[in-house]
Design a protein around this ligand. Structure first.
Ligand code: ADP
Ligand code: 5GP
Length: 197
C-alpha cells in the first residue's frame, strides 16, 4: 500500500545536534511524528520509557528481532537500537510524516526497504566542535565519548549517500534549513498530479 505520509531518515554523528534541531522544528510543526526507538542502552537521567526510547533488555530486544517487529535494527557502540515497524506504518497510513532519528547502518537498511524515504544528514562544522559538544553534553563516560567519536569518523564518510546535508554550525540557521526541507517535501509533486481547475 502506498504511504500517505512521508518517511524521513534523520542521521548524523552523536552530539552533532540532531535532537536539538528536531525539538526546535517540531515545536512549530504538528504533522511531524518522531518514531520512538527501542534500545538496550541504559536510560540517561530524565529519559522516560516509551517517550525517549523503549528501554529493553538484550533478551527482549532479540525476541522482538526474531518476531520480525523491527523495520531496521543495528548495533551502535555496544548496544542495540531498532525502529519498531507497526507504529511507523500506522502514522504513515494516517497521513502523518514520520521521522526516524537513527544511525547510518539503520539509515541504509531503511533506504533499501523504502527507497522513497527522504534522507537527511546532519554534520558538525568540524570534528573538534563535535568533540566539544559530545563531551559538553555530559551524558556519556569518557570511553563511550571516544567510541562514539570513532564511529562518527565512519559515519561522516556516508554523508554523500543522503538527499540533504545540514551543517549544524549556527543553530538558528540549521533549524531554518531543516524546517525548509519539510516544507519543500510537502510541495514535491511525487505522483505527478495534474492540476484540474
Ligand atoms: P545529538 O542528538 O545529535 O546526539 P544533541 O542535540 O544532544 O546531539 O546536541 C549535543 C550538544 O550540542 C547539546 O549539548 C546541544 O545543546 C549542543 N548543540 C546542538 N546544536 C548546537 C549548535 N548549533 N551550536 C552549539 N551547540 C549545539
Ligand atoms: P543515543 O544513545 O545517543 O540516544 O543514540 C545513539 C545513536 O543511535 C544515535 O546515532 C541515534 O540516532 C541512533 N539510534 C537511535 N535510535 C535508533 C534506531 O532505532 N535505529 C538505529 N539504527 N539507530 C538508532
Amino acid at each position: 500500500m502506498a504511504n500517505k505520509g512521508t518517511l524521513y531518515i534523520f542521521t548524523g554523528p552523536s552530539g552533532t545536534g540532531k535532537g536539538t534541531l528536531l525539538r526546535d522544528v517540531m515545536r512549530h510543526d504538528d504533522k511531524l511524528f518522531l518514531s520512538v526507538s527501542a534500545t538496550t542502552r541504559a536510560p540517561r537521567e530524565g529519559e522516560t520509557h516509551g517517550v525517549h526510547y523503549f528501554f529493553l533488555s538484550h533478551e527482549e530486544f532479540d525476541r522482538r528481532v526474531a518476531a520480525g517487529e523491527f523495520l531496521e535494527h543495528a548495533t551502535y557502540v555496544g548496544n542495540s537500537y531498532g525502529t519498531l515497524e507497526a507504529p511507523v506504518q500506522q502514522h504513515l497510513d494516517e497521513g502523518n510524516d514520520v521521522i526516524l532519528e537513527i544511525e547510518v547502518q539503520g539509515a541504509q537498511a531503511v533506504h533499501a526497504k523504502r527507497p522513497d524515504a527522504v534522507m537527511i544528514f546532519v554534520a558538525p562544522p568540524s570534528f573538534e566542535e563535535l568533540e566539544k559538544r559530545l563531551s559538553g553534553r555530559g551524558t556519556e563516560h569518557a570511553d563511550t565519548v571516544r567510541a562514539r567519536l570513532e564511529t562518527a569518523r565512519m559515519e561522516l564518510t556516508h554523508a554523500c549517500e543522503f538527499d540533504y546535508i545540514i551543517v549544524n554550525d549556527d543553530l538558528e540557521v540549521a533549524t531554518r534549513e531543516l524546517a525548509s526541507i519539510f516544507v519543500a517535501e510537502r510541495c514535491r509533486n511525487r505522483d505527478k498530479h495534474q492540476i484540474t481547475l
